[in-house]
Design a protein around this ligand. Sequence first.
Ligand code: DTR
Length: 338
Amino acid sequence: MRRIVQFLTVITVISLSVCLLWAPAPVLAGKINLTYANFPPAPTFPCVQMERWKTEVEKRTNGAVSVKTFPGGTLLGAKDMMEGVISGVADIGCLSMAYQPGRFTITNAVSLPLGLPNAKVSSLVLWDLYEKYQPESFADVKVLTMFTTAPSNIMSRKPIRTMADIQGVSLRASGGASEILKAWGANQVGMPMPETPEALQKGVVSGLFTSLEVMKDFKFAELCKYVTIVETPVYAFSVVMNKDAWNKLPKDVQKVFDDLRVEQCDWTGTYMDNHVVESVKWSRDTQGVEVITLSDAEKTAWESKLAPITAKWITDMTAKGLPAARIVEDIKTFAKKY
Ligand code: DTR
């Protein structure tokens, strides 16, 4: 009899300990498996932020949520991302809003040449903009976070030191950045980032216009031996979740996701800014890349081509019924906050 009592006591103590150990876990429901699609290759920054988010979610839900990531377009490609998430091909997807400029008009306004200084500030500004305007384009999904690249610069096979040098040069860009290239006289070629390495190899384009971390992550520095510093604009991204999948999540898991929204903007912006510095150093030190700074006179000439872009955007979008001037003012005001 004593033996049985002892045995039962031990079992009770073990059970209680297990319960106590699990007590802080926010999720007591069964295992939740989520898929997360991304379009560029695994080492690039949209996928690095995806892995960080996965790690944090799995940690903060004590493993109750498991996220299976699909980098490199293995589940959804760049242009199918939004539809794929809405229809449930993936539970979560990361999309570059520049690839569908007409669809994400308000959030893509951060890609106007407004002098946003770095990825951290512009990611937080983008989030503020989303929160304030709650654009209709996201009505069918749950938004998990947003972020931007660092400001764009020109990467090219031939040096571009003056406005004359860029005339007619085929450079790849998307969204708002395309308008800027056109204003400077380049031959703008649009395509998603994953198609760019082949286009550069084959000579379809002789350079590109985006943030400089790609010099290292896509090894563009092996082909593009020149970088011209212009520091505008940023490209906007969002991470969206299927509405049904979101609604099915327990409240405590939803809270974990919500708590990560702004934190993830900040983390990704900071990672991006640091990674650009690292990439430029690598490009210079190991690939012999020359970083060109425009002369003051050139800078003035290049900048003078940009102001009409924002003015035209305001006119066009006002005509479409958007509070366009207000949006531009908000971007500038939000930026001052950070
Ligand atoms: N929308 C992007 C911006 C971009 C910058 N770096 C990367 C890396 C991987 C994918 C996209 C991007 C562009 O197409 O330029």
